[in-house]
Design a protein around this ligand. Structure first.
Ligand code: NDP
Length: 333
């Protein structure tokens, strides 16, 4: 599969270009940047054959089979719709769009065109989370009662651009991190939050956007979910706990892009460290995407997952702004 990168981004440089190249027969053919100079420098730095500044020119290349969209969030929708119209398979960054209705339109367009459309939710690709989910599915903690997500981190200095001061580009911790936690909770529990209550603040980094949020989610099964995301916590550590009638799972330092952390099962027999696959998260996502394109599998997170995680995040933001409980609107998905 030959890829075009839409966006000369940090995430592509740090994780996704390598993950594409780790797949048999995959290569990066071109990168699109709005700046000729930055695009050319990026292409040279990452050994990419062509740098483009015109989306149509990149998409009209018959060589390119798939695109990876990692521009700022407000650009995802139009770039994805153009790529789909050109018949390219699409791996799109989260949040898929600035509204749930737009994200839904992207998923419907891909279905009509018959191309693969996936969302790059990396956390469900981590061996830690897959091991914890498997333990729950095997009944090792009994009936699940509650889940707590701790994802308050310190935003690295090199990422303190649009994320902390540009709401029009999709800045703020809710579209950045709450969407990932929504996807992770959905992955663990195999159900979609119905209603949320949230409070958000700016605690030192956010200018015109929230940089910290806490929320509580109502699940159809009655499982209680609590979630905390922030850009301003240097030493909080990340993690996730799932508590059941027969045991608890404590996953520490697992809300990360790296294949690391610990997963501990605690029950009447004592404490057990769960072994997990320590493969690269993005390699896992790209391998699943390849299987989806070849018709032998599904993306790790598909377009519907992207719509639903965005819907939860949007409800969290609305609840924080309006100071009331908000029903999650999945726009019929
Ligand atoms: P970046 O800020 O690195 O890149 C976003 C855009 O900013 C690029 O497309 C580029 O525009 C522009 N840009 C990059 N560097 C510069 C610069 N030095 N000067 C001016 N403009 C610049 O964003 P991220 O890589 O952090 O995030 C991109 C997307 O990926 C977002 O949607 C984000 O939510 C998502 N993301 C997902 C992660 C995951 O694990 N799933 C992790 C991190 C981010 P141009 O292309 O026009 O050159």
């Amino acid at each position: 599969m030959k890829w075009g990168l839409i966006g000369a981004s940090t995430i592509a440089a740090e994780h996704v270009i390598g993950a594409i190249r780790a797949q048999n027969g995959n290569s990066v053919e071109a990168v699109l940047s709005s700046s000729r100079e930055r695009g050319a420098a990026y292409a040279e730095r990452h050994r990419i054959v062509r740098a483009e500044t015109d989306l149509d020119s990149l998409l009209s290349s018959p060589v390119i089979d798939a695109v990876y969209i990692s521009t700022t969030n407000e650009k995802h929708r139009d770039q994805a719709l153009a790529a789909i119209a050109a018949g390219k398979h699409v791996l799109c960054e989260k949040p898929l769009a600035m509204s749930v209705a737009d994200a839904r339109a992207m998923v419907h367009a891909a279905a009509r065109k018959g191309v693969v459309f996936a969302t790059n939710h990396h956390l469900r690709c981590a061996g830690t989370h897959r091991a914890a989910k498997a333990a729950i599915a095997e009944g090792r903690i009994g009936k699940v009662l509650s889940m707590r997500v701790f994802h308050a981190v310190l935003l690295p200095k090199h990422l303190r651009g649009w994320r902390i001061d540009n709401p029009d580009a999709g800045g703020g911790v809710i579209p950045d991190i709450t969407v990932h936690d929504a996807d992770t909770v959905r992955f663990y529990l195999d159900e979609d939050p119905e209603r949320v209550v949230a409070q958000a603040v700016s605690s030192g980094l956010g200018q015109g956007v929230e940089d910290s949020v806490m929320s509580v989610w109502t699940m159809p099964s009655g499982v209680m979910v609590q979630s905390h995301e922030s850009f301003t916590h240097p030493f909080a550590g990340s993690g996730l706990e799932v508590h059941g009638t027969e045991g608890s799972i404590f996953a520490r330092n697992v809300m990360t892009q790296q294949p690391k952390g610990t997963v501990t099962l605690v029950n009447a027999s004592g404490e057990t460290e769960l072994p997990y696959d320590s493969g690269n998260l993005y390699d896992y996502a790209l391998a699943a995407f390849n299987r989806a394109v070849s018709g032998t599998g599904r993306p790790a997170a598909d377009g519907v997952d992207g719509v639903k995680s965005l819907a939860v995040a949007m409800a969290v933001r609305q609840s924080a702004h309006e100071g009331r409980a908000v029903d999650v609107n999945y726009e019929g998905m």
